[in-house]
Design a binder for this molecule. Structure first.
Ligand code: SF4
Length: 394
């Protein structure tokens, strides 16, 4: 795992500036479900509701195979057979205040226009995303020819050079080929292509995973600079939770195709509410906190071709109790913070989840459901133990 030192959550910096910049929703997906057809269908994304606010970085974390990339392709309307969207809505709101766009209803030229001008994507592997035997000039040119057919050759050349310069690459490289570039430079080119038409949203699918930590840091800084300059929102997908805690405003943790925790990133860093999130946090060292024992998460994720009964994390969860094996927990409000004198038998008013409330902290776990769990969640899930227990980092 490429580990980047998490910033001190919530202490100054661009995260607060973004929060102050406004919290209107630019993209909202509701109840998205995707299956991969086959002899036994794989339910890769299961009833996911997520929203992206203007100017924010939304992190999506989880193990390989948890449905992160499939969700990204669903948001882009780029699923290809055998993947199939079986349910869900997707709404986009332009910054110009025009009526919301039902993205699922777009087709043909409308959908092509929507992609790249409103929502673009940085794909997982820069080398695979670029055609190795085609010049950068042609690859940039193809984007403009497809989406802005009225643009002339001179302007395409000028824009291509400007985009390379914008990501710190000599514009003269426009004549070059991807195989002549380093991994970091290729990644910059892919980012420049995603920004070619100044989209409002960029989905970044593991954009730094194949890079060493030094280049990873350069690319992250570059993304942050461009995001502040151009004002786009980001959906950042990675298995590296430590990286997301540093760069994202809010975090959606996925497990077995579902979102199991959804909250402001700084809150998750302090007090993960779902046992799976806690397990992820305990599996990498905190470079600034107290030395502690590292723990992996035992077992493997479930086979998503099977009918899942109860909580999909139950076989790996050290907190599992009676209802977990038979009742599927739904995303609901996190158990209220201790010390407020709350009666666990009735949910407090301030903990009631308001749909669309971006600051809500929701979790899919029976430990946070007062109707199923008669006592308070374990200390580790209330913020008391994470980062403080243990004596050594292995
Ligand atoms: Fe663990 Fe039960 Fe919560 Fe699932 S619902 S994460 S098994 S405590």
């Amino acid at each position: 795992m490429n580990t980047v030192v998490p910033a001190e959550a919530g202490v100054g910096g661009p995260r607060e500036a973004r929060a102050a910049a406004g919290d209107d929703v630019v993209l909202r997906a509701e109840h998205l479900s995707v299956v991969y057809d086959g002899e036994r269908a794989t339910r890769a994304v299961r009833d996911v509701t997520v929203e992206l606010r203007r100017n924010e970085v939304l992190g999506i974390a989880g193990e390989s195979g948890c449905g992160k990339s499939t969700l990204a392709y669903a948001l882009m309307r780029m699923l290809r057979p055998p993947a199939r969207l079986t349910a869900g809505t997707l709404e986009f709101r332009d910054r110009d205040g025009s009526p919301p766009v039902d993205v699922m209803a777009l087709d043909g030229p409308e959908l092509r226009h929507f992609r790249w001008t409103k929502l673009s994507m940085v794909f997982q592997s820069a080398m695979n995303a670029l055609n190795p035997v085609t010049s950068l000039r042609k690859q940039f040119g193809d984007i403009f020819k497809t989406h802005v057919p009225e643009m002339g050759a001179d302007e395409r050349e000028e824009r291509s050079r400007a985009l390379l310069e914008m990501v710190g690459i000599d514009p003269g490289r426009v004549s070059g080929f991807p195989h002549e570039l380093s991994g970091g430079m290729r990644q910059r080119v892919v980012i420049a292509m995603a920004l070619a038409l100044q989209p409002e949203i960029v989905i970044m699918d593991e954009p730094t995973t194949a890079l060493d930590v030094v280049v990873q840091r350069e690319i992250l800084d570059e993304i942050e600079r461009l995001r502040e300059e151009l004002g786009f929102s980001v959906v950042f997908i990675t298995h590296d939770l430590s990286l997301l805690l540093e760069i994202s405003d809010r975090l959606a943790v996925m497990y077995a195709g579902e979102i199991v925790e959804y909250a402001p990133s700084d809150q998750v860093a302090r007090a993960p509410a779902h046992p799976y999130t806690l397990g992820l946090l305990e599996s990498f060292p905190d470079m600034r906190g107290t030395r502690r024992q590292l723990h992996g998460i035992p077992g493997s994720p479930p086979d998503l071709r099977d009918d899942l009964l109860g909580c999909s994390f139950a076989p790996r969860c050290s907190f599992a109790f009676d209802p977990c094996a038979i009742v599927d927990p739904v995303l609901g409000p996190r158990f209220p913070v201790l010390g407020t004198g709350l009666d666990p038998s009735s949910p407090p008013a301030h903990a009631v989840h308001v749909p669309g409330d971006g600051d809500a902290w929701t979790v899919a776990c029976h430990l946070h459901d007062p109707t199923r769990c008669p006592s308070e969640p374990p200390a580790a899930l209330r913020g008391g133990a994470h980062g403080a227990a243990g004596t050594e980092q292995a």
